[in-house]
Each structure stands twice: as C-alpha cells, then as structure tokens.
Design a protein around this ligand. Structure first.
Ligand code: AMP
Length: 296
C-alpha cells in the first residue's frame, strides 16, 4: 500500500498502476476515523477494481462555521492499518493547503436536491461535498467511486452531479453498516456519552418499526409513517429531532398525494436527523413501496 500526500505523488502512483494494466480503478473518498462502514466500501471497491484508492481528507468546505471541523476525530495511524488490512492500494492524505493552495473561486452546486434534509439543516454543506468530490475525481480519475447509503442524500446529489456534468465515473452505492444493536456506524458516534449512545438506538428502532408497519399495511400514508417515526423517536428523552422526512428517492421530492403507494415504481426514503446533546446523527431506510406491499 502506498501513502501519498500530494497531488503529484498521487498522479505518479496512479500512472504506474495504469501502465501496469491494473485497471479498473476504484475510489473510496472518506474523512477518516475509519470504521467497518468504510471497510465495507474498500472491500466492495476491491471486488470491482484492480486498483483501490482511498482518500482521507476532512474537508473544511463542507463544515458550517459552528460545526465540528476542528474537533472532528482523527487517527491516521489506525486508519492506515485498517486501509491496508482491507486491501487499499493507494491512500491519499492531503493537507488542507494541498487541496486548497489558494482561496477557491470555483464551486459545484447541485440545486433542488440539496434544498431539503441535510441540505436545509446544513447550508452550504453539499456545495462543499460536490466541490471536493469533483476535485478528487479530477485527481484520481476513477472508473468507480464507492459511497455509503448512510449518507443517502449525498449519493443522490453526487449521482446527479456526475450525470449533469458527464463525469466519466460510476457511483456505486453501498448498504448501511450497523452495530449489532442497530446503530448505524459513524465516525461521530465517539462523541456520544453512554446514556446518549443507549438512547441513540431509537433511530434504527423507529425505522424498523415503520418498515414493519408499512409491510403489514397498517401504515399507508406519509403522514402516518412520519407520525409513527416521530412518536418512537420522542420516546427517548434526550432525542431532539432535526428532521423526519419521507420522500421519493433519489429525486427527493414529495410523494404524490402523500401516499406511500404513489410513484409505486420508484424508491422511497425515510430519512432522520436527530441530535443527542451536541451530536447530530442521521439514519435512513430506502425501500420500494411496491415490493414492500407485495409482502402483505
Ligand atoms: P465519511 O468519512 O463519514 O465522510 O464517510 C465516507 C464514506 O463512508 C461515505 O460514502 C459514507 O456514506 C460512508 N459511510 C459512513 N458510515 C457508513 C456506514 N455506517 N455504512 C456504510 N457506509 C458508511
């Protein structure tokens, strides 16, 4: 495994792989503090590619002024061990000055899809994501790029960016990896105190209960599903809801007539953002209503 810190070194390492015929190239962008969710992306990249590139970069552009950029957890030594163990070939760890040597005057914006969910709660966040991912795509020029459905809106936004701008890369969405008790893995889980950690289970429980109620036919509308999600989440006294939304996926629009059966061909996302103390957690479930109802 090669660790590179400059764009020049990265391009050299990639040229070497391409010259040796080690293609396709799979790319896994991360902010580090790696866990089993990231590991699952590296493994998937390894299945589909002959060279796996991972980046570790905490991108200041995607953090709001009152967010956790400076306190975001970092542990390079442990990250490199995990990356090597899971089969990464090249790890790119640029300094902020390497990624942004001059004030950035060019930004990529995907509109409409970024107006709701995390885009509404975190203004400017997705511009930061699409801008840095565009830069990374230009540096790596991967055939495939792997992203987790934990950040489902990010997947929808990046797919649209790639399509709108004819970028020559395929976005591969990978399933959410959870702890045994249901909590979706996140680098930010380390912020949780033990009582918060226990109560945070309410997110995955709410999604499971809503799915069950939809599958049983007991819940058929967006309002009913939202009501159920909110009541389960509210059973946890420490939970402060940021949003609970049910939208089409990946279009992120309202469902026709508020029915979970409308647009039955497409997918639906139940998306949650909930704060426990200073920690904001997100979770979601994407499903195809038609298939769920076929189970009834
Ligand atoms: P991050 O380091 O949090 O920016 O995440 C880097 C990539 O890992 C993103 O594509 C995330 O969606 C993905 N990821 C983070 N947590 C999980 C998880 N629990 N399951 C699957 N993918 C994840």
């Amino acid at each position: 495994m090669r660790v590179v810190r400059t764009v020049e070194q990265l391009r050299e390492a990639l040229d070497y792989m391409r010259m040796g015929g080690h293609t396709p190239i799979g790319f896994v962008p991360t902010m580090g503090y790696l866990h089993e969710g990231h590991a699952s992306l590296i493994r998937k990249a390894g299945e589909m590619s002959r060279t796996v590139v991972m980046s570790i970069f905490v991108n200041p552009l995607q953090f709001g002024p009152s967010e956790d950029f400076s306190s975001y957890p970092r542990d390079e030594r442990r990250d490199l061990e995990l990356a090597e163990r899971e089969g990464a070939d090249i790890v790119f760890i640029p300094a902020v000055e390497e990624m942004y040597p001059q004030p950035i005057r060019t930004r990529i914006t995907v509109d409409s899809l970024t107006a709701q969910l995390c885009g509404a709660s975190r203004p400017g966040h997705f511009d930061g994501v699409t801008t840095v991912v565009s830069k990374l795509f230009n540096m790596v020029q991967p055939d495939y790029a792997f992203f987790g459905l934990k950040d489902a809106q990010q997947v929808a936004v990046l797919r649209r960016m790639v399509s709108d701008l004819n970028m020559n890369v395929e976005i591969i969405a990978c399933p959410i990896v959870r702890e045994a008790d249901g909590l979706a893995l996140s680098s930010r889980n380390v912020y949780l105190g033990s009582e918060e950690r226990t109560q945070a289970l309410v997110l995955s429980r709410a999604l499971r209960e809503a799915r069950k109620a939809i599958e049983a036919g007991a819940v058929q509308t967006v309002d009913q599903a939202r009501g159920l999600l909110i009541s389960v989440i509210s059973s946890s006294p420490l939970a402060v809801i940021d949003y609970v939304e049910i939208l089409s996926f990946p279009g992120l629009g309202a469902l026709d007539g508020g029915s979970l059966l409308s647009g039955a061909e497409g997918e639906v996302i139940m998306a949650l953002a909930v704060k426990f103390g200073r920690t904001r957690l997100i979770d979601n479930n994407v499903f195809i209503p038609k298939e769920v109802h076929a189970l009834v």
